[in-house]
Design a protein around this ligand. Structure first.
Ligand code: KIV
Length: 266
C-alpha cells in the first residue's frame, strides 16, 4: 500500500470516509499504529507531557521534535507522518516557521507539519505552503496558549467566540492549510465548521461530525494518568499489563526461577 497523501485526506472527505489518526513518538509504537492501518500519525508536542513528564508542552524544543519524528518515520510504511511545530519554533517570525517546518520534511521524514493557530499564523501557513510544506492548522484549545487561556478549557462557548472560530477556520483554509484540527470545542460548532470547509477537519474533543479523529496514544492505551480529559476513551490499560509483567520478572529473579535452563547456554 502506498503512503497516505494529502490528496487521500481530501478524497476521504469527499467520499465521506473517516480519517483515522493517533499520536506516536517512537519506533515501536509508530510501528504498531501503522500496522493497525491508521491514516496518519501525529508526532505531537504532547510528547512533552506523556513521554518527558513535563507539566505542559511549552519547553519542548525543535531538536527534540526532530529526534522523535525521525524514530516515527523510520517505523512507518503507510501512514502520513505529521510533525508538530513546538512553542517558539514559529511565533517569532514567518522565516522561523518556514525554516523549522522544513526541518521536519528535510531531516525527519515527515510529509506534513501541524501548527497551532488560525488568523495569527495565516501568513506563516501561506509561506510554508508556498514552500511546498503541507500544513495542518490547529484551532480551538491550543495547548501552547495555556497561559493566555488560563488552563486547558473548552473553547467556543459564547456566540462571539464561535463566530471567531468559524472565521479562523476559513482563514486557515484560505491560507492553504490542507486540513484543520479542532480541539475541545462544542460538537455543533465543529459540525458547522466541517460543513463549511472544503478541507477535512480532524477532531479531538470536537464531536463525531468531524471528517476524522485524533487522540493521544498514551491516553488511548492507559499510559498517561496525570489527568484524563472528558474526550478521551481508554481502549487498553497497558500500565496495568506492564506492571504485572515487570513484577513477575522481579519475583522470578528473587525466587531463582529466572533464568531457567531454557534461557541458559550449555
Ligand atoms: O500535541 C499533540 O499531540 C496534539 C494533539 C492533542 C492533537 O496537538
Amino acid at each position: 500500500m502506498p503512503k497516505i497523501t494529502i490528496q487521500d485526506f481530501l478524497k476521504k472527505k469527499t467520499e465521506k470516509k473517516k480519517i483515522t489518526m493517533l499520536t506516536a513518538y517512537d519506533y515501536p509504537f509508530a510501528q504498531i499504529v501503522d500496522e493497525a492501518g491508521l491514516d496518519a500519525i501525529l508526532v505531537g508536542d504532547s510528547l512533552g507531557m506523556v513521554v518527558q513528564g513535563l507539566e505542559n508542552t511549552l519547553p519542548v524544543t525543535m531538536d527534540e521534535m526532530i529526534y522523535h519524528t525521525k524514530m516515527v518515520s523510520r517505523a512507518v510504511k503507510n501512514a502520513m507522518v505529521i510533525g508538530d511545530m513546538p512553542f517558539m519554533s514559529y511565533q517569532a517570525s514567518i522565516e522561523d516557521a518556514v525554516r523549522n517546518a522544513g526541518r521536519f520534511l528535510k531531516e525527519a521524514g515527515a510529509s506534513a507539519v501541524k501548527i497551532e493557530g488560525g488568523a495569527e499564523v495565516a501568513g506563516h501557513i501561506r509561506a510554508m505552503t508556498k514552500s511546498d510544506i503541507p500544513i495542518m492548522a490547529h484551532i480551538g484549545l491550543t495547548p501552547q496558549s495555556i497561559h493566555r487561556m488560563g488552563g486547558y478549557k473548552v473553547q467556543g462557548k459564547t456566540e462571539e467566540a464561535q463566530k471567531r472560530l468559524i472565521e479562523e477556520a476559513h482563514i486557515a483554509e484560505d491560507a492553504g492549510a490542507f486540513s484543520l484540527l479542532l480541539e475541545a470545542i462544542p460538537m455543533e460548532l465543529a459540525k458547522k465548521i466541517t460543513e463549511e470547509l472544503s478541507i477535512p477537519t480532524i477532531g479531538i474533543g470536537a464531536g463525531q461530525s468531524c471528517d476524522g479523529q485524533v487522540l493521544v496514544l498514551h491516553d488511548v492505551l492507559g499510559l498517561f494518568e496525570r489527568f484524563v480529559p472528558k474526550f478521551v476513551k481508554r481502549y487498553a490499560d497497558l500500565k496495568a499489563e506492564a506492571l504485572k509483567a515487570i513484577k513477575s520478572y522481579k519475583e522470578e529473579i528473587e525466587k531463582g526461577s529466572f533464568p531457567s535452563e531454557e534461557q541458559s547456554f550449555k
